[in-house]
Design a protein around this ligand. Structure first.
Ligand code: G1P
Length: 314
């Protein structure tokens, strides 16, 4: 698959949210800096963009998010220390992070919602199509999810959303599309609704945090009124955009982890740790040991019961 650079050159990562789902850990650090093994979740977003051919990255930050800027910046003192100690491989890791991409920042003064965060990117993006990654959604896939969307954009020239089937009782957690089949795993969006109750959801296809958007979304966002949760919703602006020109949705190939959710975070941690060359084997052995220990403990009451019955039985 060819990179999407040339057509889509910029990525926007909204990162101004409070991360309330992960309190208290996020009380004094950005949720985007929580690591999967040893890599902050926001780095997965940047790496996915770079693998997809995008190196101009705008992060929408807010109050208390300075750690993100420090992370992607050079760190001369740390680099000097590692060089002095001859820790060359760590030095390379640290330098690679700051050389990954051209990262820019804009602050969202008030947390007024995802739509408002995207609107803060207007002047940096200009009149070009652009990509959006919500860093909470980490996608493990052979072909980067953004490249998969880029392929659809190249063919259609229309905005593209990543979707996946979500459990019917969980539609309230997602933007849900009303789909019309337009090819293999591809849909034309007839309409969409932000976080509907299951009985009102037009399908089980939920939007996950990957979008390629045409720049006319900005003008619509400027006029979008607060929606669900009193926030300016990207989904509401997309509904209006959809009336002007079609939007597509791709059921992407890959596994998505909602790392903003505690269980999703743990699942990502386990899968990424198991896939690591330096940790996988040791970690797997530990997991097997834990599961065996738990299975043995669960059997114990049974055995005790049987033993007890044996004593009191006829
Ligand atoms: C946002 C979007 C929603 C989308 C979801 C994917 O919601 O508003 O449409 O389905 O991301 O993760 P949030 O999870 O930020 O509440």
């Amino acid at each position: 698959m060819t990179p999407i650079a040339g057509q889509v050159k910029k990525l926007v990562i909204p990162a101004a949210g409070f991360g309330t789902r992960f309190l208290p850990a996020t009380k004094a650090q950005p949720k985007e800096m929580l690591p999967i093994v040893d890599t902050p979740t926001i780095q997965f977003a940047v790496e996915e963009a770079v693998k997809s051919g995008i190196e101009d990255i705008l992060i929408i930050t807010g109050k208390d998010k300075r750690a993100i800027e420090d992370y992607f910046d050079r760190s001369p003192e740390l680099e000097a220390l590692l060089a002095r100690k001859g820790q060359d491989s760590l030095l390379r890791v640290v330098q690679e992070v700051s050389n990954l991409a051209n990262v820019h920042y804009v602050r969202q003064g008030e947390p007024l919602g995802l739509g408002h965060a995207i609107l803060c990117a207007k002047y940096h993006v200009g009149n070009e199509p652009f990509a959006v990654i919500l860093a909470d959604d980490v996608v493990k896939s052979e072909v980067p999810c953004l490249s998969q969307l880029g392929e659809v954009y190249r063919r259609t020239g229309a905005s593209v959303l990543a979707v996946q089937r979500v459990p019917h009782q969980e539609t309230r957690r997602y933007g849900i599309i009303d789909p019309e089949s337009a090819g293999e795993r591809l849909y034309r969006v007839k309409d969409m609704v932000e976080k509907p109750a299951p009985e009102l959801a037009p399908s089980d296809l939920g939007v996950i945090g990957r979008y390629i958007l045409t720049p006319d979304i900005f003008e619509i966002l400027e006029n979008t009124q607060p929606g669900v949760g009193g926030e300016i919703q990207l989904t509401d602006a997309l509904r209006l955009l959809n009336r002007r020109r079609s939007i597509h949705a791709l059921e992407f190939e890959g596994r998505r982890y909602d790392t903003g959710d505690k269980l999703g975070y743990l699942q990502a941690t386990v899968d990424y740790a198991l896939a690591r060359e330096d940790l996988g084997a040791g970690f797997e052995a530990y997991l097997v040991e834990v599961l065996e220990r738990r299975a043995a403990q669960n059997q114990l009451p049974d055995q005790n019961q049987r033993a007890a019955k044996g004593r009191t039985g006829p």
